[in-house]
Ligand binder design. Structure first.
Ligand code: NDP
Ligand code: 2IT
Length: 451
């Protein structure tokens, strides 16, 4: 049989991606994880072969880069980099978070925007994919400095976004406070009150459950994976990394559903509380992180347990693990330690929490592994529901939104099972998420022609 001239090899495709995107290692990593499943799928399906979809999908629609100039408390003029990567609006307006962290680079935002396209597709809602942010470090900044930075950032971003164009939201370093400053400035500059950002305050168009959605959704997804194997989460010892928005609400849902979370972390180290993090202790953590912007090491002093400076929690024996801090926080060695210690499931609250060596370890051991595209899609899903509520000029109740979130996570789980099931009952959720996410975007692109 003649080889189709449009069929690709993984290596050939990745060589091209690396050549066109020199030095962007996080972006290469995210594309490689995806291409590992998508290239063989495209080669096996002639319908997808002749449209150069893989190359089209790995080139952002556009990248906006700008200077952010702001005044610090000492009256000095400070300069940061600002970005918005608009990856694809094939199935809806660009949608995705903003990250403020010193590690932000074009490579990091391109990997995040790329994954966002397929995550948003998996939710079943009409949203394209984008990501943005700045190398601004919010740590140690006064409230006034945060406000002036957010206002300055929006002074440029506002001309590139809009409720039908691009709808940003939060991510690392961008929570309710920052979204409020950004929204206030957008409204002032445009004289329009629209659903241009999600994660807004409840008094000005925000949605119930958005704050909790990513963390809750990650636990719902783990419960769906466990249920599929006729198991449940009750009584399971759980490791959570991070102590920000996603980690806090993942921990809250674990406690509500009778599991036992024993760790939290930040960039300084992790706490291990063998008695379990309780509802009361978590309330204290919420105040520490959402009000005082303090460090997780204070938990160890407050509740008399160990703090391990400079370390990650993955060596603690557990049943389930939830990376909820940042990219590449679980490597191959740490993944092997988790498996050796009896961990039966990992679900990623963080984007690219596990590196590709770690993913290979989980796949080989055939433990439950919920990749970020699937497991942390609850946040952007409720953002989509916030957009719907804003368009209707009405709001749903907390119960309705929580039920919607549960249903959306179930739908994502089903799509992963449909495309990721193997003989013998094992579900490769990475493959399932990659193929299911790809198909919807691919079908839209094919119907548009050469755009
Ligand atoms: P937050 O800013 O609320 O919290 C981030 C947490 O991660 C903090 O505890 C922070 O510690 C820790 N962290 C950040 N960078 C590092 C690092 N380099 N090393 C170790 N720890 C680090 O962010 P979120 O909780 O919103 O985001 C966490 C993850 O979840 C990210 O990967 C994000 O992309 C992903 N996500 C978020 C969604 C959302 O709706 N917010 C939706 C889907 C995914 P420290 O304070 O010391 O920096
Ligand atoms: O990574 C993510 O999905 C987010 N940071 C949330 C994006 C959103 O638009 O709510």
């Amino acid at each position: 049989m003649m080889r189709n001239p449009n069929s690709l090899t993984f290596t050939g495709f990745m060589d091209g991606v690396k050549r066109r995107n020199k030095g962007q290692t996080e972006f290469h990593q995210a594309v490689a994880e995806w291409a590992h499943d998508v290239i063989p799928f495209v080669n096996e399906n002639p319908h997808y072969q002749d449209h150069n979809l893989s190359e089209r999908m790995t080139e952002p629609d556009r990248v906006i880069m700008f200077r952010v100039t702001w005044l610090d408390d000492d009256g000095r003029i400070r300069v940061n980099k600002g970005y918005r990567v608009q990856q694809s609006n094939a199935i809806g307006p660009y949608k995705g978070g903003l990250r403020f962290h010193p590690s932000v680079s074009l490579s990091v935002l391109k990997f995040l925007a790329f994954e966002q396209v397929f995550k948003n597709s998996l939710t079943g809602l009409p949203m394209g994919g984008a990501k943005g942010g700045s190398n601004f470090n919010p740590k140690g900044k006064s409230d006034g400095e945060i406000m002036r930075f957010c206002h300055a950032f929006m002074c440029e971003l506002y001309r590139h976004i809009g409720p039908f164009t691009d709808v940003p939201a939060g991510d690392i370093g961008v929570g309710g406070r920052e979204i409020s400053y950004l929204f206030g400035q957008y409204k002032r500059l445009t004289n329009q009150f629209t659903g241009v950002l999600t994660g807004k305050g409840l008094s000005f168009g925000g949605s119930e459950i958005r704050v909790e959605a990513t963390g809750y959704g990650t636990i719902y997804f783990m419960e769906d994976m466990l249920r599929h194997q006729k198991q449940d989460i009750e009584g399971k010892t759980c490791l959570v990394s991070g102590s920000g928005n996603v980690a806090i609400y993942a921990t809250e849902k674990l406690i509500q559903h009778g599991a036992k979370p024993v760790t939290l972390s930040d960039s300084s180290g992790f706490i291990h509380d063998p008695d379990g993090i309780t509802k009361k202790k978590l309330k204290w953590v919420k105040n520490l992180k959402e009000v005082r912007y303090g460090r997780i090491s204070e938990y160890a002093d407050e509740f008399g347990c160990e703090f391990y400076p400079g370390q990650r929690p993955w060596s603690v024996p557990c049943d389930l693990a939830f990376p909820c801090a940042t990219q590449n926080e679980v490597n191959g060695e740490e993944a092997a330690t988790l498996v050796k210690n009896g961990c039966i499931g990992v679900a990623e609250g963080a984007n690219m929490g596990s590196d590709n060596d770690a993913i290979a370890v989980f796949r080989k051991a055939k433990i439950l592994y919920g990749p970020p595209k699937a497991a942390n899609a609850g946040g952007v899903a409720v953002s989509g529901l916030e957009m719907a509520q804003n368009s209707m000029r009405m709001s749903w109740t907390r119960k309705e939104l929580n039920d919607h979130l549960g249903e959306i996570m179930k739908g994502i789980h089903e799509r992963c099972v449909e495309y990721g099931s193997e003989k013998g009952g094992y579900v490769d959720y990475v493959r399932g998420a990659n193929i299911a996410g790809f198909k919807k975007v691919a079908d839209a692109l094919i119907s548009f022609g050469a755009v």
